[in-house]
Design a protein around this ligand. Structure first.
Ligand code: MF3
Ligand code: CO
Length: 256
């Protein structure tokens, strides 16, 4: 069931989402060559705590046999890691890395979810273009995130834009509704046909999240049961915000 949030619930969503944005700001300020992904994870966890939230990712159990609960406060995925990279004290960031940080704050029973891909020091022109296209894919998608349109309109716009730029979208993972649960209906793929899927209504809160690969779309899962990497070793980027469908333009809740 797709939930329509009440006015009160939207206020609570705003608050959780603002904390997500503030946490990303703290990460952006701290990220530099020499820092470990575990240190960034700590900074994120402490920032959420400072604002009265907790990480909804820590201990998250997807309910899939053989997959352990997620062990960290954030997902941090470096270079050819696409999503769900597990922060580690051994993973020291170096000049030229691109780093996707995906985090979900839970406060007063409501979740906010956003991901960004950060640059460490000086990154290549190619890497920069990938990250910019991934961000733009989100904005191309949400042009259609309007009352009366369908989920497929967002999916189609994202997929076509990414393809037009010569990159691939990940097909196995997708955006989602969000609220009391981190993952609610509907599913929001990053490709597909326009005109398909449920109609958008004011009060829906959605996490729209293009995951884009420089090369082929194929992915692999590492033995840790979480980390997703590109099969061809090319770079990947991720850009996600939680948005609110309104009577007019969508509101992006996870930006300051
Ligand atoms: N935040 C991710 C998303 O965008 C989900 C992370 S899975 C978890 O949907 F296990 F880390 F929580
Ligand atoms: Co998400």
């Amino acid at each position: 069931m797709v939930t329509i949030k009440s006015k009160k619930e939207i206020e609570l969503m705003r608050e959780a989402c603002k904390i997500v944005a503030l946490t990303h700001q703290a990460i952006e300020q701290a990220i530099k060559p020499g820092i470990s992904t575990a240190e960034l994870d700590k900074i994120a966890e402490n920032t959420m705590k400072k604002y009265g939230a907790i990480s909804a990712e820590k201990g998250y159990n997807p309910g899939i046999k053989g997959v352990p609960p997620y062990p960290a406060a954030t997902c941090i995925s470096v270079n050819d890691e696409v999503i769900h990279g597990i922060p580690s004290a051994k993973r020291i960031l170096k000049d030229g890395d691109i780093v996707s940080v995906d985090l979900v704050a839970l406060k007063n029973g409501y979740n906010g979810d956003a991901a960004r891909t950060y640059f460490v020091g000086n990154v290549s022109k190619d890497a920069k273009r990938l990250v910019e296209v991934t961000k733009q894919a989100f904005f191309e998608g949400i042009k259609y995130a309007k009352k009366g349109n369908r989920i497929g309109d967002i999916s189609h716009a994202i997929g076509e834009y990414v393809k037009s730029q010569g990159y691939s979208v990940v097909r196995e993972f997708e955006g989602h509704g969000i609220g009391k649960d981190m993952h609610e209906e509907p599913e929001i793929p990053n490709y597909g046909k326009a005109g398909r899927g449920i109609r958008l209504e004011p009060g829906m809160t959605l996490a729209v999240e293009p995951m884009v690969i420089q090369g082929k779309p194929n992915i692999l899962e590492l033995e840790d049961g979480w980390t997703i990497i590109t099969e061809d070793g090319s770079l990947a980027a991720h850009y996600e915000n939680t948005i609110l469908i309104t009577e007019n333009e969508p509101e992006v809740l996870t930006m300051l």
